[in-house]
Design a protein around this ligand. Structure first.
Ligand code: ATP
Length: 225
């Protein structure tokens, strides 16, 4: 698959009824959730690998409205959505799904999957995660039920070892062949706050958006204070 960066339009209509649902053909849909604060090149690479190796009809990017596991203040959803829309342009199988932003309360993936299955029953759902989130799964709300509803697909991530938690032993999942990418949103926020370049870490349109909107700069005292 070619790079999705910087081309065409992003599909933002996950709620529509696809003709395949009507004809009974099962569609293969991937879900990639996260804070995306900001979306970065490893997210895009992970999504591309998932689409290809799982033969997905669609990969839905699901930014969290209230990422209940993140202690820090999250960037307003309007910015995170705008950056995602820029990063997703040009790959028609990428869909920006704002269901967790529009839903009140903590963003639970289990609720997202339940809604998806109710709305689109003729769906095989793949949950795409990096290894850090795989290790974290037992802390997720309703994770055992969640895993009964999806096929798990896991990509290696530098800095996170294969989990050894007993609860995760014996779980079946697909391995995504993502080349190691030492990129994280944390690193991007840190580099910005130190005045360092992030140009090699995010798609160019996203870098421009971050610059134009003065995101991730260190807190400054209001002028005149
Ligand atoms: P932060 O640094 O703020 O915690 P993040 O870079 O981990 O953010 P998220 O939005 O939390 O980004 O991640 C969304 C999903 O992408 C998660 O499943 C995460 O494991 C995965 N992911 C993010 N970066 C990588 C990477 N470099 N390699 C593999 N998977 C990744």
């Amino acid at each position: 698959m070619s790079s999705p960066l910087g081309r065409l339009e992003v599909n933002t209509s996950p709620g529509r009824v696809h003709p395949h649902c009507v004809s009974g053909v099962v569609r293969r849909i991937g879900l990639l959730g996260g804070s995306f604060d900001p979306v970065h090149n490893a997210h895009v690479a992970l999504a591309c690998v998932a689409v290809d190796s799982l033969a997905l009809d669609e990969l839905r990017w699901v930014p969290a409205g209230q990422p209940w596991q993140k202690a820090r203040t999250i960037t307003p959803s309007a910015h995170r959505l705008a950056m995602l829309a820029l990063a997703l342009r040009g790959e028609p199988r990428f869909v920006l799904d704002r269901c967790e932003i529009d839903r009140s309360g903590p963003s639970y993936t289990l609720d997202t999957v339940r809604e998806l299955r109710q709305r689109e029953p003729a769906t095989q759902c793949y949950l795409v995660v990096g290894q850090d989130q795989f290790a974290n799964l037992p802390t997720w709300h309703g994770w055992r039920e969640l895993l009964s509803l999806v096929t798990l697909a896991v990509a290696a991530r530098p800095g996170s070892a294969m989990p050894t938690a007993p609860a995760l032993q014996g779980l079946s999942y697909q391995v995504l062949p993502l080349a190691a990418m030492d990129v994280s949103a944390t690193l991007i926020r840190e580099r910005r706050s130190h005045g360092q370049s992030i140009d090699t870490l995010v798609p160019p349109e996203v870098a421009r958006y971050i610059e134009e909107n003065a995101l991730y700069l260190p807190d400054r005292a209001p002028p005149g204070s």
